[in-house]
Design a protein around this ligand. Structure first.
Ligand code: GRF
Length: 206
């Protein structure tokens, strides 16, 4: 079974959704490690509760990116990690890690990329940008991670309606529920070897 590390910086509700699918037997991937940059993140509590090993690695504690990346890579190797799922991870993934895990790092973004993504577009800012644009649909995107924020090949997307009465908070909640129902399926499709990546296109069904 593939061994997956989840990277989270915050509450970790997407991490929890993966744990729930794993425990229900729907997701046949071993959630083998939680990596977090923020020691007070609730995600650590979730890992502890479900017996998942965790490591706290704060990039700011390292003198430079190379030392940080080496440390991160040795933690991943120590836990024999095959695949990485970012779940609300707020730090940039060093190139060294991306090179070590080609098309093996996934991210979930709470909007329809390539719109409403990139540096500075995270959390409620994403949903405010969607509302300000006047778009009638938003959604979620699961994609592979490359060296640019919110940019790698798209694995799957789901749309979510924008309602007249929405504010960023209510739209975020509707989108988050769809994230929880979708992320595990992308991970399962990779684990089952159903996806093929050719350039920017990902073929195969999630
Ligand atoms: C989610 O909206 C996800 O799309 C984004 O960060 C948020 C994380 O939420 N990348 P949570 O910590 O999983 O609740």
């Amino acid at each position: 079974m593939l061994r997956c590390a989840v990277f989270a910086s915050g509450g970790g509700s997407n991490f929890q959704a993966l744990i729930d699918r794993r425990e229900a037997g729907d997701l046949k991937v071993d959630l083998a490690l939680l990596v977090g940059n923020n020691s007070t993140a609730h995600a650590f509590e979730r890992a502890r509760k479900h017996g998942i090993p965790s490591v706290h690695i704060a990039p700011s504690r390292f003198p430079d990116e190379t030392t940080y990346a080496n440390h991160l890579l040795s933690a991943l190797r120590e836990h024999a990690i095959d695949i990485i799922a970012l779940a609300g991870y707020m730090k940039k993934i060093p190139h060294r890690i991306i090179a070590a895990y080609p098309n093996r790092i996934l991210n979930i973004h709470p909007a329809l990329l390539p719109s409403f993504g990139g540096p500075g577009l995270y959390g409620e800012r994403v949903h405010q940008a969607v509302l300000d644009s006047g778009a009638k649909v938003s959604g979620i995107t699961v994609h592979f991670v490359d060296d640019e924020y919110d940019h790698g090949p798209i694995i799957c997307q789901q749309t979510v309606p924008v309602l007249d009465e929405d504010d960023a908070h209510s739209l975020a909640a509707r989108v988050l529920a769809v994230e929880h129902g979708t992320y595990w399926k992308a991970l399962a499709a990779i684990a089952a070897g159903r996806l093929i990546v050719k350039g920017r296109r990902v073929f195969g069904h999630v």
